[in-house]
Design a protein around this ligand. Structure first.
Ligand SMILES: Cc1cc2nc3c(=O)[nH]c(=O)nc-3n(C[C@H](O)[C@H](O)[C@H](O)COP(=O)(O)O)c2cc1C
Length: 189
């Protein structure tokens, strides 16, 4: 039996990221699940925010933000950044999140994050409940402890987390690598 749901957001799992921002006077971190990659070259991403978010005005004014990917260690902090507002508290201080100076943008990155993606806003689409910030990636910074002995970045070691219909899920099991479904098996001679 199949069950019909009313049209709504059912595209899961999605990333859950901590978006840091700053406009010189204010700085904040907002948790975002409506985010993704939209172009490889030039590298472009989006985040969608409700205009009521404290971070919304900061990003609209500064036209910059950093997407900080989350892992199992950061999951609780990410959740807390998603239920409390920068209007009421300084999330950096209260949640003891360490700032890492970003390379290109003025907004600080999250030091504990395995991957920090610095972005500059190119366009804002006012879609409805959420406004979509379309942005160019201007710098990427990763935690060196995830580089393997061949100097390859190994994200499988970072215990990444996804958001799946209201639940945070740790990605501990690798099922295959890109293209594994069509890869020919090596035949022994
Ligand atoms: C898992 C999760 C995902 C979220 N995704 C979004 C999102 O994509 N867009 C959005 O506007 N708010 C999202 N939120 C809600 C904001 O993070 C939340 O309202 C936050 O308190 C806003 O902080 P601010 O007022 O400091 O900007 C999400 C919250 C959680 C917990």
């Amino acid at each position: 039996m199949r069950i019909d749901f009313k049209p709504g957001n059912m595209l899961y799992p999605v990333p859950v990221v901590m978006v840091s921002c700053g406009d010189g006077e204010r700085s904040d971190i907002v948790t975002v699940a409506w985010t993704g990659t939209i172009c490889t070259n030039p590298p472009m991403v989006y985040i969608s925010l409700r205009p009521s978010r404290y971070s919304y005005d900061i990003i609209k004014k500064s036209r910059e933000f950093v997407i900080n990917l989350t892992n199992e260690k950061l999951a609780k902090t990410a959740d807390e950044c998603g239920v409390k507002s920068g209007r009421d508290i300084d999330k950096w201080k209260v949640m003891k999140i360490e700032q890492l100076p970003s390379k290109v943008v003025a907004a600080p990155s999250v030091k504990e994050s395995p991957v920090c993606i610095e972005c500059k806003v190119e366009n804002i689409l006012e879609l409805g409940s959420h406004h979509m910030f379309i942005a160019k990636v201007v710098a990427v910074n990763v935690d060196g402890k995830y580089m393997d002995e061949k100097n390859k970045f190994d994200l499988t070691k970072a215990d990444m987390v996804v958001y799946n219909h209201g639940e945070y899920i740790g990605l501990s099991k690798v099922l295959g690598t890109f293209g594994y479904s069509v890869k020919k098996k090596k035949t022994r001679k």
